[in-house]
Design a protein. Structure first.
Length: 101
């Protein structure tokens, strides 16, 4: 007995919610090494400033199996405040920062 159907559109809407796409803030993509403590360094740099992390997801970096591309949704700051903090995290690389509304 079929009780419901989940479509690709349903899954895409769920993914948007998980990544905070409907919230205003900064979507940041960082390339971080695959070793212990790297996510903590990133979270610590953001939390030290009192900014919020609304969403966080990671995928292995294509063609670089020793790194992860981490996507975060950050709130409570301006781009001018955010970028220097992210660029100051040792051994991590800012790939993209864009505003979402």
């Amino acid at each position: 007995m079929v009780t419901g159907v989940i479509t690709e559109v349903d899954l895409m809407f769920a993914l948007r919610e998980l990544l905070g796409a409907n919230e205003s803030g900064w979507r940041v993509t960082m390339r971080i090494p695959d070793r212990g403590g790297e996510s903590a360094k990133l979270a610590g740099a953001i939390s030290e400033k009192g900014w919020g992390i609304m969403a966080w997801g990671s995928v292995r970096t294509p063609k670089q199996p020793d790194h992860w591309d981490t996507v975060l949704k950050i709130s409570g700051c301006t781009k001018e405040e955010l970028i220097p903090v992210l660029e100051g995290i040792e051994d991590q690389q800012v790939i993209d920062v864009r505003e979402t509304r």
